[in-house]
Design a binder for this molecule. Structure first.
Ligand code: SF4
Length: 267
């Protein structure tokens, strides 16, 4: 199954020091977006994942969602603005992936905000938004993704305990090892880097049904950036404005590899 990640904006209301996105406050225009949809149909893409930055800050988020309604839609968000769009999201999306990096204190240490948002709000608002979304649509899948680094790994399993004990209605809790790939993550490598050995030690039997770990190599994604560049991982391989045959050639290996995998996993 093939997912296309669409970075509709790299603007964010947070400025996490481990962020992989270069924030220059740009957003994808409507013309570029319609090209993205055209190419997604051409490539037989199954799911579109809106990512950023914070996709909910895009001025045309609602319009873009409705245009892509025939795909499985996935939203990747920090969760704090979800209440602006709860009914839209519960109606059109298959998955919502929310990042939370620990209980209140650890989450606050990991996640820096541009404006003053209390540590309590940073944690409790996404949690209460999850409850609202699940009430509106019990079939909507919710994933909590936690980035694990030197700063939060010792207490990360407390978040898992909290999710279970408080019956927070999520479907998956996924841990990702910090990778200093690019942007602020690369600049702040020393602050966050954690060995795979430490990461591998994290096991939590009580959470078997919720608990997943991100792939060792960080996975490889096909991404369209806000400016129309098409990237595989962090490498630009084409642009949405190039002729169709050129785009098809650039992505063909990736598409063939993913198509072989018959498992239906969008996340
Ligand atoms: S919330 Fe996500 S996109 Fe925003 S700064 Fe943090 S890591 Fe980057």
């Amino acid at each position: 199954m093939i997912t296309l990640d669409v970075q509709i904006t790299n603007r964010c209301n947070y400025e996490c020091e481990y962020c992989y996105s270069l924030s220059n406050h740009k957003e994808m225009g409507e013309e570029t977006y319609s090209k993205v949809i055209e190419i997604a149909k051409l490539l037989n893409i199954n799911a579109i994942e809106f990512c950023g930055g914070e996709p909910l800050l895009h001025s045309k988020f609602e319009k873009f969602t409705k245009i892509a309604k025939d795909f499985n839609l996935i939203l990747r968000t920090n969760g704090i603005l979800l209440n602006r769009f709860n009914s839209l999201i519960s109606k059109y999306y298959s998955w919502v992936c929310i990042s939370l990096d620990g209980l209140e204190n650890e989450n606050d240490i990991m996640k820096k905000s541009r404006t003053i948002i209390s540590s309590k709000d940073k944690f409790e608002i996404p949690i209460s938004n999850i409850k609202v979304l699940k009430k509106l649509n019990p079939n909507l899948k919710v994933l909590i993704g936690s980035l694990v680094s030197k700063l939060n790994y010792k207490n990360i399993l407390k978040l898992g305990n909290y999710l279970v004990e408080n019956k927070i209605p999520i479907d998956v809790w996924k841990l990702y090892l910090f990778r200093p790939k690019f942007a602020r993550a690369k600049l702040n490598e020393e602050k966050f880097i954690l060995s795979e050995t430490e990461f591998d030690k994290l096991k939590f039997d009580k959470l078997k049904t919720l608990f997943q770990k991100g792939s060792k190599n960080g996975g490889e994604c096909l991404i369209v950036a806000y400016d129309g560049n098409i990237l595989l991982g962090n490498k630009i391989i084409s642009n949405i404005y190039e002729p169709h045959d050129k785009i098809l050639k650039s992505v063909s290996k990736f598409i063939a590899k993913v198509s072989e995998n018959k498992t239906i996993t969008y996340i």
